[in-house]
Design a protein around this ligand. Structure first.
Ligand SMILES: *Cc1c(COP(=O)(O)O)cnc(C)c1O
Length: 352
């Protein structure tokens, strides 16, 4: 007997998964370097006893969504939650994609946009960004006119480049794109501007956010989007019943009681990001300005892969993006604690 072959098209692009190596300084996956505030852990421990574990959770995630709606000043019907923003993206592709339909991405950008669409049996058309990684609106116009995508993905700030879109480009893409425009704001809190201000029930725009980065809750797997109520209703049609467990709903709702602490962390990361960029200034590297919690840079004296390995030898793990399309020779470092950043800066100085 033999086991059946799976779909032949399941693979994720080679080199995407970041190795989980046990080293002292881990700056490779854009997580928060700090645990959530102690007050949050205490509140969670207090309330977890009230979960009715024998019952299915609130299918509507009513309290969590109401808290998020209040946080963003929108209606609860405009908020959709899922297991990480990746699952939000998957629901978008399941609801709006499918055979014969296409999504558009502008590369280099977050690899999961194309991958998730692909798994949802949706075609992917990949436009290019300019050499400085900014969005080329002429290219956007050509791609969306030629392929009529059901979803046009933007990522702001863009992973892995760190650049944010300005309001004018997002508005321009909204005017050009025939379908939904999805702005992935996994790093939105680190940027000066958010597309959330453009969300309206009659505008085909959704903004996705996550608890994985700013909120120090990557382990919880919680993400959401804010968008037109009609889109949210369609996403609920493709989400599995009770997909959001009771513990996660509680954890997310309680996190919103600690927004002050979270904003302090964002402030710290932004200051540390500027310090890393300043330290790179005199080194033999090209670094791109970032509005995120990571910095993309290209060593000019040695190959990217060699510098990545030299950092690892010194106990510092960053992301090797040097083989990714459009990112030849580039590396990405996540902003860590001040001590971790010192370790990175010292190791980089030696390595280049
Ligand atoms: C990290 C990241 C996400 C987060 O995914 P989760 O599933 O919420 O952990 C989404 N989009 C981008 C661009 C990211 O970098």
């Amino acid at each position: 007997m033999t086991l059946p072959e799976p779909r032949p098209d399941l693979g994720l692009r080679d080199g995407y998964h970041s190795p989980q190596v046990d080293v002292p300084v881990r700056l490779n996956t854009n997580e928060s370097p700090l645990p959530p505030p102690p007050g949050w852990s205490a509140r969670l421990a207090e309330e977890v006893g009230s979960i009715e574990w024998n019952r299915y959770p609130d299918r509507q995630a009513g309290e969590l969504r109401a808290a998020l709606a209040a946080f963003h000043g929108v209606r609860v019907e405009q908020v959709f939650c899922a297991n990480g923003s990746n699952e939000v993206l998957q629901c978008l592709c399941l609801a709006y994609g499918g055979p014969g339909r296409r999504v558009a991405t502008f590369e280099p950008t977050y690899a999961l946009h194309a991958h998730i669409a692909h798994l949802a049996v949706t075609g992917v058309v990949q436009g290019r960004r300019r050499d400085d990684f900014s969005l080329d609106l002429g290219q956007v116009a050509d791609v969306v006119a030629a392929h009529q995508p059901v979803i046009t993905f933007l990522c702001s700030p863009n992973n892995p480049t760190g650049l944010a879109e300005d309001p004018a480009s997002v508005r321009a893409v909204l005017d050009l794109a025939p379908g939904l425009v999805v702005v992935d704001e996994a790093y939105g809190q680190f940027a000066d501007w958010s597309a959330l201000s453009l969300v309206e029930d009659t505008r085909p725009l959704v903004v996705t956010r996550t608890f994985s980065k700013t909120w120090s809750m990557a382990a919880a797997r919680l993400g959401y989007l804010v968008g037109p109520a009609e889109v949210v209703a369609n996403l609920e049609r493709v989400a599995l019943p009770y997909h959001l467990d009771a513990f996660k709903q509680l954890a997310g709702r309680l996190a919103l009681e600690f927004t002050g602490e979270m904003e302090e962390r964002v402030g710290l990361i932004v200051r540390e990001r500027q310090r890393i960029l300043a330290a790179m200034g005199p080194m033999a590297v090209t670094a791109w300005p970032s509005q995120s919690n990571f910095v993309l840079f290209r060593p000019e004296s040695r190959k990217g892969g060699e510098v990545w390995a030299a950092l690892l030898e010194r106990g510092v793990l960053i992301r090797d993006t040097s083989s990714w399309p459009g990112l030849s020779g580039c590396l990405r470092v996540t902003v860590g604690t001040p001590e971790e950043n010192d370790a990175f800066i010292d190791a980089l100085r030696e390595a280049v």
